[in-house]
Write a new protein. Structure first.
Lengths: 70, 448
């Protein structure tokens, strides 16, 4: 299982997947926004989104869990 | 001269404008959002007014609110800084309609230059060189492919109302162009509220060189030299210098004349910047866009000319003459460099907001720091990552680089990541040190 975490304090701008979705390595899961920059968060391995911890409009802290890919 | 000014901005530029206003005896009125209440500019202003929530739409971008605050605080003028509402013709007009002095060009000049397609057409008609590109908005991806076959690959895809490099990308073939077009369009709608897209011939090896102009109260337009802004990441500037090591005396003279023509074509008044690309292979230059406001990197021009550009903005807006003899070319002395200190990691340049636990700026002869933060303040995710502008002024380029190296080493910031280590690396990079570099420099520094 892979944990996907936020690299910085950011606003969750878009959530592009739902729990149960199949994803490939490199697929964009969510798009964060911080300091006028969009930061896509990618899957680092193929699998299924087993848990999604964020919704659009949330603020995530550095190192906070965004999703789990199993 | 008016007695008071409201600064419709935040951070380092608000602080910069406050400094000159107070020196001139103009009462400086600052505005601040929740996130900014403890920043230095709020305390340094003669008066500071709370304007709302941290999200820019609820504070610094709310023009109705800002005009209301300006009226109630008794401000006689409004200085917009850069970004936010600085290039909004509607805001400029609203300031004028409220009976206040707008410190900037006429709203019609902002409007004409704000649309990149219209600006290109206008410049071409005025005799300013422009790159081959769109004379009208490109409707969709297929129209873009057709347009690209006329212009010739590679092409740059841009938002007509855009700025700051957002949504901009180069395409080398039809497939890449279709995808670049879609990205540019969605970003253009989201960030600039206009879906209009243009294509322009992409110049693979180019320097980004801009000319500072001033449109005087008597109608004359003058040029105050150039700035080289080729050190960029994600099409955004990281370091600037003047004079440009890549511009010969004859090229400088042609660029300055063209910039004056550009300003004259729109009846420009106040401080503005004509941005150009210089093709390093052919030596040709072409108009990119005009920024109708004070530029972030204006300090390097101030350092070599000894002219306070904010002071000239105030004087011109008040209908008064500038502080120097504008009938002869302005003297320039030495070489100046600006390093933008960003809250971002120095390797991948990703944003790094957070609290500042330690902040100690370098100082000494030839060093100038324009900063927006201090120890105990917090950098939030709501605004751009600019923390400070570290400038060095030496008799020669080598001296300016050497001063900058010591200053970077002496700048102590803790609590969040900054790009100071990147600047240390840049100042020792052989390509940068040689002066023979182009806009691809930072990407080459980060190639795996």
């Amino acid at each position: 299982m892979a944990e996907i975490r936020a690299e910085m304090v950011a606003n969750v701008w878009k959530v592009l997947v739902s729990e149960g979705d199949r994803v490939d390595d490199g697929d964009t899961l969510v798009i964060l926004e911080s300091m006028k920059m969009e930061i896509p968060v990618l899957a680092e391995s193929p699998g299924t989104v087993t848990k999604l911890y964020v919704a659009e409009g949330d603020v995530v802290q550095e190192d906070e869990l965004i999703a789990e890919i199993g | 001269m008016f007695s008071s000014v409201l600064i419709a901005n935040r951070g380092e530029i608000a602080r910069r404008v406050i400094r000159t206003a107070r020196r001139m005896g103009i009462k400086a009125i600052a505005v601040y959002s929740d996130a900014d209440q403890s920043l230095p500019y709020v305390h340094e202003a003669d008066e500071a007014v709370y304007i709302g929530e941290s999200a820019p739409a609820q504070s610094y971008l709310d023009s109705v609110l800002l005009i209301d605050v300006a009226r109630k605080s008794g401000a006689a003028a409004v200085h917009p800084g850069y970004g936010f509402l600085a290039e909004s013709p509607g805001f400029a007009q609203a300031v004028i309609n409220a009976g206040l002095t707008w410190i900037g060009p006429d709203p019609s000049a902002i409007e004409q230059m704000g649309d990149k397609i219209r600006a290109r057409n206008l410049m071409a008609a005025a005799g300013v060189p422009v790159a081959p590109g769109s004379a009208a908005p490109v409707a969709d991806a297929e129209a873009a492919v057709e347009e690209a076959s006329r212009i010739g690959y590679p092409v740059m895809v841009k938002a007509a109302a855009g700025g700051g490099g957002i949504g901009m990308s180069a395409a080398f073939d039809d497939d890449a162009l279709r995808s670049a077009f879609d990205t540019a369009r969605s970003r253009a709608e989201r960030f600039f509220g206009s879906p209009e897209i243009l294509l322009e011939r992409y110049v693979p090896h180019a320097r980004h060189v801009e000319v500072q102009i001033l449109g005087l109260a008597d109608g004359r337009v003058i040029a105050l030299g150039e700035r080289d802004c080729s050190v960029q990441r994600r099409h955004q500037k990281v370091a600037e210098e003047t004079p440009s090591p890549g511009v010969s005396a004859p090229l400088r003279s042609r660029m300055l004349s063209a910039a004056v023509l550009a300003g004259e074509a729109v009846g420009y008044r106040g401080a503005g910047t004509v941005e150009c690309l210089v093709d390093t292979e052919t030596g040709d230059f072409m108009f990119l866009e005009m920024n109708t406001r004070l530029q972030v990197e204006h300090p390097v021009t101030e350092l070599v000319t000894g002219i306070d550009l904010v002071e000239q903005q105030f004087l011109i807006a008040a209908g008064e003459p500038v502080t120097f003899d504008a009938s002869v070319p302005v003297d320039s002395s030495g070489h100046a460099l600006e390093l933008r200190v960003y809250a971002e990691d120095p390797k991948r340049f990703l944003p790094s907001p957070g609290p500042i636990t330690e902040w100690s700026e370098p100082s000494g002869p030839g060093i100038r720091v324009d900063s927006g933060y201090a120890a105990g303040t917090t950098v939030t995710l709501f605004y751009d990552p600019l923390l400070a502008k570290l400038c060095a002024h030496g008799a020669t380029r080598a001296e300016a680089l050497s001063l900058a190296r010591s200053a970077v080493a002496d700048f102590r910031v803790a609590g969040l990541k900054t790009n100071l280590p990147f600047h240390a690396e840049l100042l020792d990079n052989p390509e940068f040190v040689s002066g023979d570099y182009d806009t691809g420099l930072v990407s080459r520094m980060r190639q795996p």
